[in-house]
Design a protein around this ligand. Structure first.
Ligand code: ADP
Length: 445
């Protein structure tokens, strides 16, 4: 009974919709034709004609009713979508291939301080950057023209993610761009989601500032303790158990100082103030020098160090030798520390075929990295289970710093490994200096 009433109500509401007009218009004609049938046709044809007209009426009704129902559900979906988009905290802008804005939600109106009507009637162009009212929106739509832009995704890969910073007033935006597809591989336009991350960035900055101050405060007294322990270790009157206690205190202090140094470097990286000085660099001569520095540690632990020279000459690179030696020293230190007795470490350098890059690989015969943890080793403070058991010393910050240094040079860093078999750490550096990012920015946080 209830379902009959619902069907009746549904039919009644559909009957009022504009899509049903065709049925209502055609009804009087069908009735008129039926009356003419009754007047002029013999009895058996009246029956057939009537049936035919009833069939036509039913078909018109059914198809109009279907269109009405479909349009109704599309309208409901559209209004739901509009409601969601309108209440979004993030700004949403959609525009066609000619940069005519198709959609501009209320959050976008608030962020860019522009009214929807005004933006929808406007065709965006790079010259808008010169106009104060349009400047912010133009930089979000054409981020490559924004002076404070940092790319967070690889070029040409969607969604494109870029960060844009403004200083007056302070504003940090993350812009995510995706193409609007026509469903057949064509692109109708683009959609941008602009997230205002000013508060987040300020929180990260104040956390970094706190870490910097705390690390500096700790470094002073620790250096004094280290000096005192050094003096004690040279004192001939301290011997036996006391001497070994002094020695382990010295090792612990040295480790703590190294962790503090790493922490200070991490905060500088995350604030974008690590300070790179690029200069011409002969890569092979540079690697030879770093290997020389690592030789005493390798000899102490019985690990053999080799350099495989490239088959073809490597062009001069533009790099910061001090920062790059931090990378190489960390990779070599890990390759030696996580190695087996009488293991080996091989360093190779070569040009990447058909690409403006050189690749450096540091291969060891050590403990390796468990498969399920290899994706995490470049994260801050991460140390794999097997490494924790094997070597208690370590901060888990070295690889994070190394990867950031390589990315600041315009290169990439990754690792391949098999547990108990060894690991290969690889990084690339561009041979074309224009591939070096113009602005320092921390990756992966
Ligand atoms: P640390 O060596 O101080 O722990 P790193 O950031 O240099 O910090 O390395 C992070 C982790 O990556 C290490 O704790 C270890 O689990 C793993 N790792 C790095 N290099 C190697 C290597 N050559 N062989 C095996 N594991 C490695």
């Amino acid at each position: 009974m209830a379902s009959n009433t619902r069907l009746f109500d549904e039919l009644k509401s559909a009957a009022r919709r504009p899509e049903m007009r065709i049925f209502w218009f055609s009804t009087p004609f069908l009735i008129a034709i039926f009356i003419l049938n009754v007047i002029y046709l013999p009895a058996f044809l009246i029956f057939m004609g009537g049936g035919l007209l009833a069939l036509v009426a039913a078909v018109v009704f059914a198809s109009s009713y279907r269109v009405a129902r479909l349009n109704q559900s599309i309208a409901i979906e559209q209004s739901e979508l509009r409601g969601i988009i309108s209440s979004l905290e993030d700004a949403l802008i959609a525009y066609d291939q000619n940069f005519n804005v198709l959609f501009f939600n209320p959050a976008a109106e608030r962020l860019f301080k522009l009214e929807q009507e005004k933006v929808l009637a406007h065709r965006l162009e790079p010259q808008d950057i010169e106009r104060p009212e349009w400047n912010l929106l133009a930089q979000a739509v054409f981020p490559s023209l924004a002076p404070g832009m940092v790319a967070r995704s690889r070029a040409g890969v969607y969604p494109q993610v870029v960060d844009i910073s403004f200083s007056d007033p302070v504003l940090e935006l993350r812009v995510v761009t995706s193409p609007i597809s026509d469903g057949r591989g064509g692109v109708l336009g683009f959609m941008k989601i602009v997230h205002d991350r000013t508060r987040e960035a300020l929180l990260i900055k104040s956390k970094s500032e706190f870490l910097t101050v705390a690390s500096h405060q700790l470094r002073g007294p620790l250096t004094n303790i280290s000096w005192a322990l050094q003096t004690l270790s040279e004192d001939k009157t301290v011997s036996g158990e006391s001497a070994s206690l002094v020695e382990s205190a010295r090792t612990a202090t040295r480790q703590l100082l190294m962790i503090i140094e790493d922490l200070l470097n991490v905060t500088k990286i995350e604030e974008g103030h690590f300070g790179y000085t690029f200069q011409p660099l002969n890569l092979v001569a540079f690697i030879e020098k770093v290997l020389e520095g690592a030789l005493p540690q390798a000899r102490r632990t019985g690990v053999a160090l080799y350099l495989e020279k490239p088959n073809e000459p490597i062009p001069e690179l533009s790099a910061d030798p001090q920062k790059l030696s931090m990378v190489m020293s960390n990779l070599l230190d890990n390759a030696i520390r996580y190695n087996i007795p009488s293991g080996e470490v091989v360093v190779r350098a070569h040009r990447v075929p058909q690409q403006p890059f050189v690749e450096v690989a540091v291969k060891d015969s050590g403990i390796g990295i468990p498969q399920d943890q290899i994706g995490k080793i470049f994260s801050k403070f991460f140390r794999a289970d097997n490494a924790l058991k094997f070597q208690t010393e370590g901060s888990g910050l070295g690889l994070y710093i190394a990867k950031n240094i390589i990315q600041a040079h315009g290169g990439q860093m990754w690792a391949e490994s098999e547990e108990k078999r060894g690991s290969v750490f690889r990084f690339t550096l561009p041979t074309d200096p224009t591939l070096i990012p113009s602005r320092e920015a921390a990756q992966g946080y």
